[in-house]
Write a protein that binds this ligand. Structure first.
Ligand SMILES: C[S@@+](CC[C@H](N)C(=O)[O-])C[C@H]1O[C@@H](n2cnc3c(N)ncnc32)[C@H](O)[C@@H]1O
Length: 383
């Protein structure tokens, strides 16, 4: 365990349930105070854990900031999430609570452990990701393995319930408590073909063939904000470029086509987005040795200062179910650190999102490159 200085903790960052009392913080650290690191569905799983004290080999899915992990940290736990931020948050909060742990952090494409006595799941926002996860669990775990899944009641739509029925037997959904529900079931044997969870489509006018793993942004068609930014890309010639929040990688791939000598990094906090981008770079661009790389990061937290000349960004305004601008703002402030003098950040923004002010605060002058009824393209340069 890495022992760290405990960061400042406010009283509303303390989760008290029958399963224990834990400090729990969201990442990134600039998250708004009104956003909590857990919800009532986590508390329902804590109640379930107290009622089932013999669980010894739990496999966790989509534990956003570690609420499920904290009361189980004394066990050998495997935890799967597509979010690199979640992986960071688990360690952050284990250290915050000074808990010793043996944690196996897994991304969705990693092999699953086979020796599991309970799967504990927070239902993800993306239906395609939920199906991918349930299908892999049903295909890889012994039939009969128990599953406990929790979410806000409104998440248990008929489509979500149908998915649980497709991959599980004995599905029972609790009555709502604090607007959340607990689903209990047992996996049944269902054979799967992994390729059924990969979506492919093309953009003929841009000569692009794009593949998407489950849950990746714009999985069914080119995002209209991305399309507008593609119509307003900066001139070729930037030496070092970052496609920040790359999703399927379309922005960086299109820029690379116009500027083949550029060195490009595609960065996303989703492991499945990065895996999709790697496949799309290989399918759409000529091999470029080590000039192209795709990697997971939380915004640009691991990228060196003054290391890049151009950042292209179609920022997120959700973190799972929470609608928030704090990630976009973290991206802008990281961009300021990572850009070289004279380097440019070019952003597509929904008109209703007030990005002008934070960009002005960070960079001074903000230039509007283009606008349509839905979006604006903003450009800032590091002075
Ligand atoms: C609006 S989508 C844009 C995707 C792609 N660039 C496009 O234009 O189609 C925003 C992307 O940001 C990613 N993202 C969210 N939070 C992030 C973070 N903290 N660090 C890096 N990427 C993040 C999401 O996974 C998502 O792929």
């Amino acid at each position: 365990m890495v022992t760290q200085q405990r960061p400042a903790i406010s009283p509303d960052q303390r989760l008290n349930t029958a399963a224990g009392s834990f400090y729990l913080q969201r990442l990134p650290v600039n998250s708004p105070r009104n956003l909590q690191a857990w919800d009532a569905a986590d508390e329902l799983i804590h109640d379930y854990l107290v009622a089932h004290p013999t669980i010894s080999k739990p496999l966790l899915f989509n534990d956003q900031f570690g609420a499920l992990l904290m009361p189980l940290a004394h066990l050998s736990v495997a935890s799967v999430s597509d979010s690199y931020i979640s992986h960071r948050a688990w360690e952050h909060n284990l250290n915050l609570n000074r808990l010793p742990y043996q944690l196996q952090s897994l991304s969705p494409l990693d092999p699953l452990p086979v020796d599991v006595d309970r799967v504990l799941m927070k239902v993800p926002k993306s239906l395609s990701l939920l199906e991918f996860q349930l299908a892999r669990l049903a295909a890889e775990l012994p039939p009969g393995t128990p599953l406990v899944a929790a979410a806000k009641s409104k998440i248990f739509t008929p489509a979500v319930r149908d998915l649980f029925q497709r991959y599980c037997d004995q599905v029972e959904v609790s009555l709502a408590q604090k607007k959340s529900r607990l689903l209990q079931a047992r996996f049944k044997a269902v054979a799967i073909d992994d390729s059924q969870f990969i979506n492919r489509w093309s953009v003929p006018e841009l000569n692009l063939e794009l593949l998407h793993h489950a849950g990746v942004f714009a999985r069914n068609q080119l995002d209209i904000g991305a399309r507008f930014l593609l119509e307003n890309l900066p001139a070729a010639g930037a030496e070092t470029v970052v496609d920040l929040g790359c999703g399927n990688g379309v922005l960086g791939i299109s820029y690379a086509r116009t500027s083949p000598a550029s060195r490009i990094s595609w960065i996303d906090e989703s492991f499945l987005a990065v895996a999709s981008t790697r496949a799309n770079v290989a399918a759409n661009l000529d091999p470029a040795g080590d000039r192209y790389q795709a990697l997971v990061d939380d915004c640009l937290s691991q990228q060196p200062a003054q290391s890049c000349d151009l950042i292209l960004c179609n920022p997120p305004f959700h973190q799972e179910h929470a609608v928030t601008s704090h990630i976009a703002i973290q991206m802008f402030s990281d961009a300021r650190r990572v850009l070289r003098q004279g380097g440019e950040l070019r952003v597509v923004a929904n008109r209703h999102l007030a990005y002008h002010q934070p960009l002005k605060g960070l960079f001074g002058t903000v230039r509007q490159i283009a606008a349509n009824p839905k979006f604006v393209i903003l450009s800032v340069k590091k002075r």
